[in-house]
Design a protein around this ligand. Sequence first.
Ligand SMILES: CC(C)[C@H](C(=O)O)[C@@H](O)C(=O)O
Ligand code: SF4
Length: 421
Amino acid sequence: MGQTIAEKILETHRIGGDQQVEPGSVVRAKVDFVLLNDANGPVAFRHFANMGGGKVAVPEKIGLVCDHFAPAPSAAGARMLGDMRRFARDKGIELFFDVGKGGIEHTLIPEQGYIGPGNLVAGGDSHTGTAGAFNAFGTGMSWAGMAAIMMLDETWFRVPESMRFHLHGAKAPYVTGKDVILQILQDIGVDGALYRSMEFGGPGIAEFNIDERMGICNMVVEAGAKTGIVEADDITRTWAEQTCKRAWSLVNADPDAQYASRHELDLSRMRPMVAKPYSPENVVSVDQLSGIHVDQVYMGNCANGTLSDLRQIASVLKGRKVARGTRAMIVPATQKIYMQAMAEGLIEQFIEAGAAVSTPTCGACFGGHNGALDDGEVAFATINRNFKGRGGHAGAQVYLGNSYVAAATAVAGEIIDPARL
Ligand SMILES: CC(C)[C@H](C(=O)O)[C@@H](O)C(=O)O
Ligand code: SF4
């Protein structure tokens, strides 16, 4: 019987067994990459010690990224970064990215060539599914589970059912990958893909570059998905040939693969979408919002701090100013992207427009630092969650949307369709 992308990737990584991998079966597997950050790493390290400690099985597979409390916003945050440094040093982990030496993990690790098509990636972070943009199976796991992988160099998966999202049509102006996943969240809700693999394919995929595919896969977990994977095409192949430092192989579903459900998205009929407080499923078209003053616009996170996002922001901000009464934060996802943006004159343009440009960090995305919100404030952000309290004070509200709408909102001081600026 035909297999989906997720089934194929789990089968190629399975340990033992000779039956074809099917949804619902449990397989032992070796992963290609183990990803931890300074929020989940310190807890995973304690689990590792409680399991007996000692050497990690395969140091080369482990990536440790300082991105949540980086740069350290407090003594407590400094301790977590210190835990990362000590574990990297003690266990001989070379792929350790400290403050100023990397960026946000889900953009950084693929950018550095350590995640590629056909890979199986386990991360302590819930947004590890972003790896699906690169035709990889990435998933967030428990932090004890991460410790066990570091100890044993294996883990287990219950093979998820797959859902197929067929994209077609030419994308309308100001529509991005973010709008695809927000449209799907409006359609299926935050529990619409529980423990499933969301597989994205069809001719419409070619409308999105690798950066924008990250925006799609970054939020599959907001629908409850185990993972999300974009089918491989020439864009995937070119990216992998130019970027990957480790083994990769393009993986696509069989024509007779079985899906729990199939969904169609006509990109030509789509509009920029916005998730209203307090849920990523509370989605409307940007046209349905007017007169909502915004105190802070936050542009950047692990999937929307890419060079494509910064160019989208610049295309709207060019020659304009951030509105009085509104603040704008722009956070390139990695140092490499920051440098590229500088070379293109985008950073200077952002500062001239009145935006604060930050060193790469998770920062205010999880309400930690670098732009947390006060009681009663309203924010528009290109992040992925807007639960109560997400951005800082529990009395603040966060709207989610794409980089074009964010930049237009910064200029207008209220949520607005970029076409109406
Ligand atoms: C802090 C961390 C546990 C969390 C996650 O894993 O999702 C964070 O990255 C987030 O985006 O909320
Ligand atoms: S940028 Fe935001 S969503 Fe991404 S890993 Fe950091 S806190 Fe989580």
